[in-house]
Design a protein around this ligand. Structure first.
Ligand SMILES: [Zn+2]
Length: 64
């Protein structure tokens, strides 16, 4: 495990004052995060991977 972002169901995602990937302070909640990932390709990549993991999860749970 080299990733240190919070688990998918962590309450930290509800109020992201910090980037969950690199720990950078965000300017204004969700908007700040979107702004941040556009500046930080590495975080954008990890965010995409995280979203893909959620999609896979939901697909697995609801596909049957
Ligand atoms: Zn970041």
């Amino acid at each position: 495990m080299s990733d240190d972002h919070p688990p998918r169901d962590s309450p930290e995602w509800d109020n992201p004052d910090l980037c969950p990937f690199c720990g950078a302070t965000l300017s204004d909640g969700g908007i700040g995060f979107i702004d941040h990932v556009s500046d930080a390709p590495e975080c954008a990549e990890r965010f995409e991977a995280w979203r893909a993991a959620i999609r896979d999860d939901i697909g697995g749970e609801w596909g049957g």
